[in-house]
Design a protein around this ligand. Sequence first.
Ligand code: ADP
Ligand code: MG
Length: 344
Amino acid sequence: MEEQKRTNVNEYGEFGLIEHLTKSFENHQESTIKGVGDDAAVIAGDGDWLTVVSTDMLMEGIHFDLMYTPLKHLGHKAISVNVSDIYAMNGVPEQVTVSIAISNRFSVEALEELYEGIKVACKEYGVDLVGGDTTSSMKGLAISVTAIGKAHKQKITYRNTAKVGDIICITGNVGAAYLGLQLLEREKQIFLENPDVKPNLDDQDFLVGRQLKPRARKDMIALFEQNGVVPTSMIDISDGVASEVFHICKQSNVGAILEESGIPLHPKTEEMAFNFKMDPATVALSGGEDYELLFTIKEEDLEKVKYMPDIYIAGEIVEKEEGINLHTKGGNIHALKAQGWKHF
Ligand code: ADP
Ligand code: MG
């Protein structure tokens, strides 16, 4: 019998696998403006407005652990991570669909809690819940959300349009969600070993909150509009700053120099990194799930951005040949390593 070839998905990694599976697909519809490869797909809309669509799935045991994730928070997060991809296109989300697969472990009351969180998020982001699907699963909970929004033709921001000389900016602060997860995991292990020990998460509201209750940066899209700034490229930070810079550079065919001193870290993140004996810079570069925005602007827009709140200058786009490098606080320059989240 002829032996069938069997390749493990690990050999490709998440992004390699997506590319491998989708590379032979061509778009034939005139209305398909952007297919696979950005934060959201782009479809021709009404006149100057384009429709943007993004979808993401959260799996129990992979993306969340119900031992420490309240269902209400989970519902909120499922919406937040999806609308974040619409904001990453400089778009405004308008509708969501929510699909769930549930095992018989979940009661109606539990699902009501999940939907309470979804409702709060819908209100916060101004989106309507317009559909979805409900099915059973053998084990565990899966939530898939699709977000649909609008972006103006002249203001939509892609990953592949950064230019040499552009300035790299990051909103908010990064690395906190990753450390929040480490804290929750640590307390879980302690609890599993000794259920009598109470979890000790006092004073960790900030880090744990960044993991359990991420907020998509709706405010930044409004701020760009108010200040007349259109980023030259943008991506949301779901896998970590380094990984996102790699995506922008690969797709824009450019290089980058990141300034370690320009990467925004909250003092509590720095402190906890030291407690965990981790390098704060590594946490900031490789820790994911902050759902902040990483974007580039033309140098001439620097004056405007400087006075906008919660935006930090983190580097510059350079020629591709110069590579993707990190300028450390110690004055060294070395190649950036991308260690984003790998789910398999
Ligand atoms: P993000 O982190 O912004 O949600 P992903 O890394 O999940 O983006 O996906 C990158 C791109 O690949 C997106 O355009 C997404 O729509 C597309 N993609 C992901 N998985 C698949 C798949 N199984 N089939 C087709 N396209 C996919
Ligand atoms: Mg994204």
